[in-house]
Write a protein that binds this ligand. Structure first.
Ligand code: EPU
Length: 418
């Protein structure tokens, strides 16, 4: 069994390069299903989730080659309309292939995703969109099936700006007949990136990145070559790590616009930041003060940065409050941070954080991807050794995380234990 061992107390220093965004690449890979030509994704992050969605596509006869950060996808021979359910159940994002599959084949059957460590995560909004486009949806024996003779554009209002539903419905609408208008759509940068990828294949999508997206159906899409956006959550994770160790680092290859809510909150804490060419310098050598944070859909503060911020606030004297509005169960890391000497109490959807002078290293477990990142961050600032278990969660979404931290001077390694 592999674990990550961190010895705290080192100030981070140096430069780190940001990889492409996991949450942009996953829907992009799914959307390649819409076209029979070859699609090439450059600078792809070599992550467990990327490998899993590639395997899901292979199970429907996609020909995928991954070499040197390049993913080459040939979907000319897709025949199977039922992906391997064991693979699908490994990762919720597998469900992102549904819109493209209904659109291309008029039928599709997939294992229903269950809840996960961060919440119940229903898919009703995805299905509402497919139905509005003319698909007939049926459930049974843990599967959801869709049939459609043809998809026809429609006006669809999302009750909540779900990222996955916006992406899935957008993919289904690209080849539908006529216009689709998606209202109260998610505005995350990854939505805009998916639209840019699809438009580079010949789709007609306008307004992605705003709350109203208009998709004019086209007859077919052609192959493309595309480089996804940088990972704003990976960048944010390193920003918080620099701050908690009172270090000074340069983060290269970011899109500052996408980091606005994270930069705003770090600035409120007292972290100094300076934009330089395509990077940002983070300087944690300052007095920090407690703050309140509420997670919101973009451009609000991202839920995917909530656990990492919690580790930082746990070390800042005074009372901070974090309100989690996106996922009902995304506080599993609190028990682990408290094991390290944190003083955090949960009150419904709020976490009340009383900052302590220092955290102390101990054995903890990554309960999900971002919780794992939060524990590494806490470990970097804690006294002594922190051992993090269940690190497969971390490998789902961070490229070479311990190597990147090591290059910044952290005392961190991956160890094999019985
Ligand atoms: N929701 C519904 N019905 C739906 C869909 C969503 O009620 O049909 C609810 C969810 O239960 C949740 C909220 O809406 O409470 C937000 O879910 P959303 O659909 O926006 O999230 P997602 O598409 O499942 C993506 C990211 C997550 C990220 C969220 C929110 C990918 C592959 N995943 O998930 O990333 O937290 O958006 O920004 O893009 C992560 O990277 O660690 C991660 C969990």
């Amino acid at each position: 069994m592999k674990k990550i061992l961190v010895k705290g107390g080192k100030k981070l220093n140096g430069e780190v390069n940001i990889s492409s965004a996991k949450n942009a690449v996953l829907p992009i890979i799914a959307s390649s299903i819409l076209c029979g030509d070859t699609c090439i994704i450059d600078n792809a992050p070599m992550l467990e989730d990327v490998f899993v969605i590639s395997e899901v596509l292979k199970s429907i006869n996609s020909n995928i080659n991954i070499e040197d950060n390049k993913i080459i996808i040939d979907n000319s021979n897709l025949t199977n309309v039922e992906p391997d359910s064991d693979l699908v159940r490994k990762m919720r994002a597998s469900f992102l292939i549904m819109g493209a599959m209904i659109s291309r084949f008029g039928k599709f059957k997939i294992s229903l995703p269950g809840g996960c460590n961060i919440g119940n995560r229903p898919i009703d909004l995805h299905l509402k969109g497919f139905s509005a486009l003319g698909a007939e949806i049926n459930f049974g024996h843990g599967y959801v099936e869709a049939h459609a003779n043809k998809l026809v554009g429609n006006k669809i209002y999302l009750d909540f700006p779900s990222v996955g539903a916006t992406e899935n419905i957008m993919m289904a609408a690209v080849l539908a007949e006529g216009d689709t208008v998606l209202e109260n759509a998610a505005e995350e940068p990854e939505i805009q990136d998916l639209a840019n990828f699809l438009n580079s294949m010949g789709a007609k999508i306008n307004g992605a990145g705003t709350d109203t997206i208009k998709i004019t159906g086209v007859k077919e899409l052609k192959g493309t070559q595309y480089k996804p956006i940088p990972d704003r959550i990976e960048a944010g994770t390193f920003m918080v790590a620099a701050a908690i160790t009172r270090g000074k680092i340069k983060i290269n290859g970011i899109n500052e616009q996408h980091l606005k809510p994270i930069i705003a909150k770090l600035r409120e804490i007292g972290v100094c930041m300076e934009k330089v060419d395509d990077g940002i310098i983070i300087d944690g050598n300052n007095d920090f003060k407690p703050i309140d944070i509420k997670t919101m859909p973009y451009p609000g503060f991202p839920t995917d940065m909530q656990p990492q911020m919690m580790s930082l606030l746990a070390t800042i004297n005074g009372t901070s409050v974090i309100t989690e509005t996106i996922f009902e169960n995304r506080f599993m890391h609190i028990g682990e941070i408290n094991r390290m000497g944190g003083n955090i109490k949960i009150d419904g959807r709020c976490a009340v954080i009383e900052g302590v002078d220092c955290l102390t290293g101990c054995e903890v477990k990554a309960t999900d991807l971002r919780a794992g990142a939060a524990l590494i961050i806490a470990g970097l600032a804690a006294g002594g050794y922190t051992t993090i278990g269940d690190i497969y969660h971390i490998d789902r979404g961070y490229v070479s995380i311990e190597e990147k931290f090591k290059k910044l001077g952290a005392d961190i390694e991956r160890i094999e234990v019985d």
